[in-house]
Design a protein around this ligand. Sequence first.
Ligand code: B12
Ligand code: SF4
Length: 484
Amino acid sequence: MLDSSAPTNPRILFVNLNPRPDWSRDKTLIYFNIGLCQVMTHVKKCGYQFDLLDFSVTPMYRSQFVEQIYQEKYDVIAFGGMVHTLWQMEELSVLIKTVCPRTCIVVGGYATMLKNDAVLRWTCADVAIRGEGEFALVDVLERIKQGKSFADIPGVAYKDQEGIHSAATRKPEFSLDQKGVPDWDLFDVEAYVQSGSKLLSHHLGVFQNQRFFPVITTRGCPYRCTFCSNNQLIQTHNPYRRHSVAFVAAMIKGLHDRYAINHFKFLDELSFLNKSDVVQLLDELDTMGLKITIEAICRVGLFGDNDLALVNRMKAAGFTRLFYSLESGSPRILELMNKQISVEEFSAQKRVLDAAGISSGTNVIVGYPTETAEDIARTFTVCLENRILPSVCFLLPIPGSEIYDRAIRDGYIKDEKEYVLDIGEQQYLKVNMSQLTDDELYSCTLNHLKQIRNDLSLTIPDENLICSVNAGVKRVSKKTMFLD
Ligand code: B12
Ligand code: SF4
């Protein structure tokens, strides 16, 4: 953008996409978008003003959106998200360019990490911020203010009349604490809290009558499971880092005191890498003495039978639930997944958490290449023996994962753009790389889940065993982010 009429103070609009515009609102949570909130917090700190349209809280008709952008004549419209929301980025960017061709569209989030700047090729976006967006977006806004090109901003790819200009990866330059606590009030916090307080979901836990809020205490994950987009995509942009425990405690206390939040869900990929991480946080929580409950994420193998004292201490500090994924009960498949865990460790962890009264959540993946009905049966037998109903994913090749590259190589994905723009979620069987037919895979999974449900005397209808909102082999999507 080399423009003599460069705006001194660009008019900026942020759009928070609703990742699930077609999901029934009373049956699921709307998740606070911490990443976008962090980006907006930094932009505000640097002196910029902006508007926000939050589609998660207030969905809009297309005509309302068009009216707003036409009237306001924004210089910059910024939005972002997972690759699973790329279809929305396309829809929105096409619409914006039709109504306001001169507006600079900036996209961020996981979708921008697709190979070969696909986000710039497949959408009408002008600028793609790869990796963490806080500092890079401010660099972009400064260039817009100065009427200068976006060339040579680390992590910023862009397109102009000459074509697409790729960017080197911008390594995270700052410690997590240096980013500061997000300015939660930029969003309608109460709308998010209310969404959680109405929810009663087996898979997500029971939030009714709780004031739930998510927090991030770490970024990234040092492991490289073959099915996870961390495998190739995120590692380079997002090395494993932790907030200090003092920061985490202060953030929790701030949310508790200001919004009366009493239930915290750590939305990390990996909240605790080892036991000393747990001990340090417990020491800090002890000094605060708040009456709160917490859910966190760890890996199988963190706790064993000898850790009862430690997990008892966690329970006393408010930890009510830990989520750790088994993924498969077949050692052969676990090995292929590069999961680096064992079934025995899973059972030991479940046992010791049960003894402390901390509930366990787990996920399993079905449909892995070479997987047989016997492998799948082993997975569900492990769950049944450990008395846990897992949440289930059908293996979904996600860009950035080894499995995605394999799905392309082996011809399961023929047209990448078409696939990614309609990727859907892991609860829907889309690409079947296993030894079973689609029907066999789906019905054997459902039958195993029914058996576990019955044995554990749970009252979950068949249609909600795989997906708590709606079930089916194929995803049903309206394919628009706007109200009808
Ligand atoms: C909360 C969450 C969700 C929420 C949605 C959150 C939201 N409001 O957008 C829900 C529950 C809906 C969800 C669903 C899914 N999720 Co999810 N989710 C997460 C989770 C746990 C936390 C996200 C978060 O807050 N991160 C912390 C913030 C600080 O980081 P961030 O969001 O990446 O933001 C930074 C940058 O990306 C960038 N950025 C982000 N937005 C923007 C915008 C602009 C304009 C700019 C400039 C920059 C920018 O700057 C931010 C600050 O540094 C992550 C794991 C994780 N810990 O990251 C998985 C994760 C993002 N999800 C993932 C997956 C696979 C899914 C599902 C496909 C799972 C499924 N059910 O099938 C679905 C897809 C839903 C859909 N239809 O799109 C993958 C990523 C996939 C990918 N490569 O895109 C992750 C990484 C988990 C994993 N390791 O597999 N998810
Ligand atoms: S699946 Fe979990 S442990 Fe494996 S790489 Fe992804 S976040 Fe890390």
